[in-house]
Each structure stands twice: as C-alpha cells, then as structure tokens.
Design a protein around this ligand. Sequence first.
Ligand code: SF4
Length: 494
Amino acid sequence: MTALRRVQPDTPHRRGWCPSLARPMPTGDGLLARVHPPLGILTAGQARAVADAARRFGNGHIDVTARANLQIRGVTEATSSPLAAFLTEAGLGDRRDDGGPQRLTLTPPLAGHDVMALAWAIEEIGLEIPGLPAKTLVAVEEAGSPFAASLAANDADIRIVLDNTAPIPGRAERQRSTIRERAAGAMAAGACRVALAGPDGLAWFACKFQEDAVSVVDVALRSLAVSGARRMRDLPATERNGLIRASRDHLVRVPPVHPTLRPHPEAPGRSGGLERGLQETHLALEASFEAADAAPQDEGAGGRTAVCGVIDLGDGGTALAIDSPFGRCGADSLDRLADEAEGLASDIHLSPSRGFVLLSSHLVGAERAQDALAKAGFITTAHDPRTAVAACPGAPACASGSTATLADAARLADVFRPFAERGLRAHVSGCAKGCAHPAAADLTLVGVAGLYGIVVEGAPSALPATQLTFEAALERLRRADPSTPLSHAFRTTP
Ligand code: SF4
C-alpha cells in the first residue's frame, strides 16, 4: 500500500471533497485503487474519467463494491501517483489522510433530500474524528427504500432509518443538479430510528428528531475511535451500553446544534432560560430516545436483493436500476453507461447492490437505455439469473484465489436458475474469506487449491460437505431435482 500524499494544504474550505491521492492496495493483479464518489454519485464526466483512468493506469477492470464505491484494478507502483493526480483532477480524490474512512456513509440511490442532508452532516462530523477506523460505516436511508436489503447486508456500524419521508425524491429534487445542492440546506426535523451494531446484533432506538441522531452518531463514532476496536460490533455489550448512556447524557447536556440543522418548531430548549430549556430537553429526549421495539422490516433478510429494471417514480419520471455482473465492470462498459447517463441528462448513482441507477424524465428514454446497457453486459432485469449468484474476483485477480470465480459464477448462474426461481442464492468464493458475501448462502462454492469446497446453507468459512472440481459441482446441480433441498445434490453418501 502506498502512502498518502496531500497535494494541497488542509483548510476548512478545501477539506470537503478535496484533492489528495488514492491509496492503492496490493492484489493478485497488481495494486487496487479505491475511488469514493461523494455520496455515491458520479457525473457522466467523472464516470468517463474513471474508465479512462482504468485503461491508462490500471488493467481496464473496475469493481463496483457493495459500499457503492469503485476500485480500479491492475495499478502499478509506477502508475499509482499519476492515477491519484488524475482522480484528484476529476474531483474524486481522497478526503482524509489519516487512514480513516474516505467515505463514511452509505445511502441508497434515489434517496431524498432528508437522507442526503443527514449523510452529509455525518460525513462532516466523521472528518473531525481522528483515529476513526477505516472500515467504519454509517448507513442512512428512508423507511421503505427499495434498496433496504442491500444496505442491511453491508454490516454497518450504525444504521439510521428516517421515518415519514418519501423513499423516492420528487421531481423538483431530482432536478437539482449537484450533490451539494441536493444535500445542502436545512435538515428536516422528522423522527428516525438509529441502530448501533454490537456482538449480539443491532440495537435499535427511536429518535424524535433527526438532529438527535447526528449527536448520537457523533458520540458513538468518537467512542469507537478511542476504543481501539475496528468495528462497533467488536465493542463488548457493556461498552456499547455505556456508549448509549453517554449518548443520552450528551444529548441532555448539549442540545444538538449543527450549522446544517434547523431547530424544529416543537423542539424544547429553544426559548426561555437555559436551565428550563435543558430540563425540557431532558424530558423530551427521555421520551424520544427509547429503545424501538421493532427493527425495520428488512432486518435479518440477509443477502442482496436485486432491484433491476425500470422503476416508475410516480410523477412522470422513471429510474433505471442496473447491476454489474458480480460487481465487475470494464472500462468500456463504464463509458457506455456514461453515454446513456448523458443521453438522459442524469447523474450516475451507485447502488449497494453493486450497480447503478440513472434517472429519466420519460419512460421511452429509460427503456432505450435499458436495452443499450443490456447489450453492454449489465444486468438490467431482476429475472437475470446472475442476480442470484455472488462472486469475488478470485484468481488471477486476487492472490488468495486459486479458481476463476467470475467465469465459474457466470456458468453456475445458468445452471442454478431453477433453484434461483425458488428464491435460493449461491456464492462462488475464491477462498474462505468470502469477500463478496461473508454470510451464509444456500449454496457456497469455496475455492481450495483449484477445487471447490461445497457448503450448503453455510458461510464460506464453514466446513464444506465435500470438495469437487467445478465441472463436477455443475454436473451435480444439473442432475438435481430443483424441488428438493440442495443438500441432496451434494450428499456424500448414497
Ligand atoms: S474471497 Fe478470497 S479469493 Fe476472493 S477476493 Fe476475497 S481474499 Fe480474494
């Protein structure tokens, strides 16, 4: 991994989405450079810049990650610095140089202003916290987001679900052209639910106002940074409970004030004496900061649900959601996507299902783009069998892999189709680490010395039932009755 080198002095003005250098990481096909589009949104020009960068400084392969970032593969020591300068020039440079998260929040595509404003406020807070672990993640979404399951699968340290906001932004909001315009301004004062990850899963709480959630996140992130733990879930339950108590105290002692927040007209402590204000604040927060009985509906759903195809936005507008097969996108495909985005006058919204969403003011345009992008190799309908299979880069891209996972996953998807129609999911993993889907799948093929360990209803790290060549595994599936459990296809005794 190369060291960061800041190219401009750090000033509050420049500290936003400011220029700095990408941080390539070693893999099997050279160095890998992560690109973190601000709030997961690229302009068509930026997408072309990434495609160009992948060709000029990498091997032309680009990963679309489950955190809605991009990875340029095949970078070398010689090309890493010019690549970083190139990305900086395109407005895609890193935000911080202390090893902390370059992008702290994950929001769904089609998120409305409330989500964007809250995510922006949290990004700003994160920049002020030294020592924040690199993988820290705060997922922010509206209740009812079609991408909720994909967000839930991301193992966030903190998850925030806004209640009573439209899951899809209205036409006027969609027409705001820049990310700053969409995220700028006052944060709405609606209620939300906040979850902190722990060793025993997510603990949900209700916050009466979104600004309370900002304060809770601030305290939680600072606690995580000083704890030495890498993830919130690594904190023992007692520490997490202390953190929750600290959040409540913090809210009581310091009524949340943030430049992007506006006071809610009913918020206590906004008028009258300080003492009375704090007392009322305390009472209100006691009422608002209660453990929520029910987590959002998608909680525990696991896996990633494909949201592909043309989506009617209800006011004459449409969106086109597509996925990259197994999270891989070539530079030429990304150029093709940029062409279609430009044709629709849309930004490119990265999705946590490892794909993209474009907006269109008319159905015909969205359908034309859908056809064009299907020809470019993207998954453009939810019925595509590739939506049922996850795969990591595997060999030769990753040094830990011994099998060609991407090619094998494409073939497996075809054979697995009858099982996918029953709602089953498969995963082809280059090794037991399971980068593409660390959780359990109905069927997981785990690469081991050129063969595959077969895990039925388990995680990649589980003990395989048997070990087969890929061809033998395919043959077992072809012969299997799709109406019977998968374990029948891979049993080791007659
Ligand atoms: S699962 Fe293993 S082979 Fe696949 S990308 Fe991760 S480390 Fe590499």
